[in-house]
Design a protein. Sequence first.
Length: 318
Amino acid sequence: MDQRSEERPLRIATRASNLALWQAYYVSDLLKKQTSERPIEIVHITSEGDRDLTSPLSEFGGLGVFTREVQKAVLDGRADLAVHSLKDLPTEQAPGLQLAGIPERGPLYDVLIFPQGSDAVTSIAALPAAARIGTGSLRRRAQLLHQRNDLQMLEVRGNVETRLKKLDSGEYDALCLAEAGMVRLELLEQRASLLLQPPEVYPAVGQGALGIECRTDDSETAVLLTGLSDPSTQAATTAERSLLAFLRAGCHAPIGSLSQVSDDQLTLEAVVLSADGQERICASVTGSFSEAEEIGVKVAQALLADGAGRLISGTEDS
Ligand SMILES: NCc1[nH]cc(CCC(=O)O)c1CC(=O)O
């Protein structure tokens, strides 16, 4: 006899970093509110992105380096759902999986983090001359260089905690990270930081949001995940991901975006920069939630009409 579905554990596949685990337990708590009867298990997966800690992120593994193996666990039936940072999830849908859950978004912006015990710098302009900034992201690099071309942008890899150790050991004057990760790991209060917001620094597509996938043939899990979704976040991230897909740019390309939602209106703004930050193109489109995908395409078309294609193909990663 089949086990009753209420008794079968719901298995969540996740990377094993502290941030990924926080995200998996957060989703577990959301699910418990819906399915109080059903036990939940967390299945740890090591991703290629976690194993190779030395190569610059823009040069190895390519798209999906953090998400592929977690997805595989769901496809193989070792887990029922996969929790990802939405910004790490390629826009091209993996065959056999569906992106069924997008919960309410967390903090959206990037932050500059200063070494333990040092004073806060209160603006990008106030950073010391030729300050050494740790970031592996072309988007952060290009936008900071656009503001201050004297800054030294240095590669940094590893999980958030590893990066903070490198900062405190004196390798950098500041680190650029997502506020979402720092807040979730409760690491922001302990240090001086500077919030980086548009128009200076636009976040990545999907930043601060989670994406939860299940198998396309698993309608029971899909219903649960749909129940976790937040309509505003879903509309915003649909527009952002549609923009990125249309530009055919990888997650490491120098592209930033900002969605603003009010009532059922959605405004998507986006920037594309040259890798050195010298050139910067921006565009913005407003429409209703139901047009989210089209809004993303329109912003991408406006950016391409202004020459964004040349800036994107001029960078190393796709
Ligand atoms: N690529 C790593 C990654 N993926 C998601 C986050 C933070 C959480 C988020 O932005 O959703 C981070 C770390 C960072 O960029 O600082």
